[in-house]
Write a protein that binds this ligand. Structure first.
Ligand SMILES: NC(=O)C[C@H](N)C(=O)O
Length: 524
């Protein structure tokens, strides 16, 4: 589930720093340590690294600190050395502390295990930890114990590795589904054919080289057949087990099944933040539910949302990532699904291909909410909107469509919204009136993406929860992410069905999901 938003080191301009990289200018530890030389060849490069301290110690009578730093990109840690003149060392060494640093990769002294280490030149950011309170001690922890800290367990190697493995397997299942019987028959025929070719060559007393070349081909065909048979067996076993009923055949639907009231989620964001605050850059993709009384062609009570969450990223990085992602999706459809798009253009909406091309190639306009309101106020002197325009309103669909379809005729990112209309977790701006939120608006559907920089400051977040009359208790785990090794982080959600709506030109969102749920309809 991790997204590697950091380009491989080789692709970065390494004149010294990695300023040219588009969003996150961080380098993942994996991209250093997984090189065949263990990273030794990178000695001399200056890079930015962000991660969480696994273990830290001060040495040389407080002259420097050694940190074993992990960013979730691989189980291995990078050894980081900080001299006392660079930063207060005591703040850096507790387990769980987050650090974002710029430093020079160096060859460690002879005789050490590591092939490369980082000497810190500048500490860019630190999220401290009160060592006495951090719930994950340095000792080996049982999985049972960690189950009580699901929001912090992504910071353990076991959980990180499990998630990475699950992601690889999921990809494998999608890209290489179990072979069909026809695949097996074809492979059997190939073995037969190649076997006959060998026999023929032998009886014709062909040269040794010719025979051994044919035998090699036969061996390959046989190996392939065995692999297919094995995968076929496994694939079928999976399919069968999915249909086996539970032992007693019953499911408890009573209210206290979870021993408390439980809800369907409106977003995976708060949960995915726990992973971003351990694996750095991640995403989640799943169903989300909103019981809004919105009888419109753009709302569903169940919709699927892609939600990236990026550590060490601010609102600018977030907007850059969202813009690049939307453009990527449009270009992907043009490159790999043009026949489907041509079908849509012929039957549904003749402008859909042009719209994709326009979005894929344009720079999105970026305006603040305050600027957007000024534009809308100005235009509402000459035309009537159904919904009143004034600072503090939530933009209505007609406003969003005016901005993208008439004013700019291109995608627009509106950012810095009034705090009163946005969620408690969004980062409060210095003006104390607005929050670092952004929406990507596109022609045809209006809001396609909504996101924000998250409030990473413990005190401010706590105050915001209280200010919005929310109870603290259910958010204690969320506050823990800010108590222990907090980092600047941002993310967004892209409504998957809205993306399909936008791409295809279908009029009603209820037609782009297999089983639409909306007010009055929850069954098939
Ligand atoms: N992941 C996100 O930022 C999406 C946001 N939580 C929303 O529901 O709009």
């Amino acid at each position: 589930m991790s997204i590697d938003s950091t380009p491989p080191l080789e692709q970065l301009s390494l004149s010294g720093t990695v300023e040219e990289a588009q969003f996150s200018r961080r380098v993942l530890i994996h991209s250093i340590l997984s090189r065949p030389d263990g990273g030794a060849g990178l000695a001399g490069q200056v890079v930015k690294i962000g991660g969480w301290v696994k273990t830290g110690r001060e040495q040389g009578k407080g002259a420097f600190a050694f940190l074993e730093l992990n960013d979730g990109s691989c189980p291995a840690n990078l050894q980081v050395i900080v001299e006392s003149g660079v930063h207060k060392l005591g703040d850096l060494v507790p387990t769980g502390t987050s650090v974002y640093v710029e430093g020079e990769l160096k060859k460690p002294p002879e005789g050490t295990k590591q092939k490369i280490e980082l000497k810190v030149l500048k500490v860019l950011d630190v999220g401290t930890v009160d060592a006495a309170k951090y719930p994950l001690p340095k000792t080996r922890l049982t999985l049972e114990f960690l189950r009580d800290f699901v929001h912090l367990r992504p910071r353990t190697n076991t959980v990180t590795t499990l998630i990475n493995e699950a992601e690889k397997l999921e990809k494998e299942l999608k890209e290489n589904p179990a072979p069909s019987e026809a695949d097996i028959v074809a492979a059997e025929l190939l073995v037969k054919e190649k076997g006959e070719a060998v026999a023929q060559l032998k009886s014709a007393k062909a040269s040794k080289e010719e025979i051994s070349a044919a035998v090699a081909v036969l061996t390959k065909a046989k190996e392939n057949l065995v692999k297919l048979q094995e995968r076929f067996r496994l694939g079928n076993r999976c399919k069968l087990s999915a249909g086996i009923p539970k032992k007693d055949g019953k499911i408890d639907y009573s209210e206290d099944f979870f021993a408390r009231q439980a809800f369907l989620t409106v977003s995976g964001q708060l949960q995915v933040e726990t992973f971003a605050c351990a694996l750095s850059s991640v995403y989640t993709f799943g169903p989300t539910f909103r019981a809004e009384q919105s009888h419109t062609s753009r709302h569903l009570a169940e919709f699927w949302m892609v939600e990236p969450e990026i550590a060490f990223a601010d609102l600018q990085d977030d907007m850059n990532c969202a813009e690049a992602y939307v453009k990527f999706l449009c270009q992907w459809l043009l490159d790999y699904s043009l026949a489907d798009m041509e079908f849509m253009a012929a039957h549904i909406d003749k402008t859909c291909i042009d719209r994709l091309k326009m979005v894929a190639s344009s720079n999105f306009y970026r305006i603040t909410y305050t600027e957007a309101i000024a534009i809308l106020e100005e235009v509402s002197k000459a035309r009537k909107f159904e919904n009143k325009v004034e600072w503090g309103i939530d933009l209505a669909s007609e406003h969003e469509r005016y901005l993208t379809e008439e004013k700019f005729k291109a995608p627009v990112i509106v950012y810095n919204y009034p705090k009163g209309i946005k969620a408690f977790y969004m980062k409060l701006n210095e003006d104390k009136k607005t929050v670092a939120a952004m929406d990507v608006l596109v022609p045809k559907v209006g809001e396609l993406v909504g996101g924000s920089q998250r409030e990473e400051n413990y005190e401010v977040l706590r105050a915001r929860i209280l200010e919005m009359n929310l109870p603290l208790e259910p958010y204690e785990w969320y506050l823990d992410l800010r108590r222990y090794g907090t980092v600047k982080h941002s993310g967004f959600g892209l409504g998957f069905e809205r993306m399909i709506l936008f791409a295809t030109g279908i009029e009603n969102i209820r037609d782009v999901i297999p089983f639409p749920r909306y007010p009055g309809r929850a069954d098939l």
